[in-house]
Design a protein around this ligand. Sequence first.
Ligand code: SF4
Length: 219
Amino acid sequence: MNEFAKQHLYQRLERTTDALCLNRMDAHWCKTKEEALALVKTMLPQNAVVATGGSMTLEECGIIDLLRSGAYRYLDREAVAPEERGAIYRQAFSADVYLCSSNAVLESGALYNVDGNANRVAALTFGPESVIVVAGANKLVATLEDAVARVKRVAAPMNTMRLSQDTPCARCGVCAGIHGEMHKGCQSEQRICCSYVVNAWQRIPNRIKVILVAESLGY
Ligand code: SF4
């Protein structure tokens, strides 16, 4: 990235961080994923009960490895059989810290997420005492319309491919409802777009911590 592109990106990150803070989220931005990992560490009390939403970003930053290090009581959804995951999702509501990424981060200071089971948007919104959201600069969008389009064009197709879901977006690379309203989509049994949530102004200040990273991470 040349110097001006870098400067422009840093300005967007700074602007978005300020807007998130105005909405009473504890927002930060870092230049690298290594810096993000170090910052996450400072936010995790030793032996805390921690849970996560499914996230490539957390994996790419080394955060999942950190949670599995033994320093925390990690409710690891990957360590149990699929039929036991529902119990882990419910236990996550009383975790000390919940970690996830966001499908999009609005420069106006809000998070936009779309879930199939809604376990992630539910825990992000209510339950765990502390929530840490880590998101790469590729998740930044200017408007809610851009956030909706980002999920339909990028996040959902790539996630359904990764999860081997039989959906139109996995086959074609774009949502079947791309030209419709936010909630328009497919009729697939494996549809991952069912609950659409915007997190904006927070009643509990700093419950949600947001760490933006000046790198492309996840989908
Ligand atoms: S609604 Fe269906 S086709 Fe559209 S993005 Fe979601 S899973 Fe893919």
